[in-house]
Unconditional design. Structure first.
Length: 67
């Protein structure tokens, strides 16, 4: 899958986009050992993705990769 449903955010972090009843949802994920690991999900309320949510997803990705 690719844009507009899935987009790479760099450093092995990706997001999948979905909407339902006029709300936009994002799930951040990474790939580890051929497995998709869901890291964090949000209901998107602003145009830009909140930095704190991206940082949390990146932190969790580092933890998964480190084992």
């Amino acid at each position: 899958m690719g844009k507009p449903l899935v987009d790479g955010l760099g450093g092995g972090l990706y997001e999948t986009r979905s909407s339902h009843q006029r709300k936009e949802y994002r799930v951040f994920f990474g790939i580890s050992a051929s497995t998709m690991v869901l890291l964090h999900g949000i209901v998107k309320k602003t145009r830009a993705t909140p930095r704190a949510d991206l940082e949390l997803a990146r932190k969790r990705l580092r933890e998964v990769v480190a084992g």
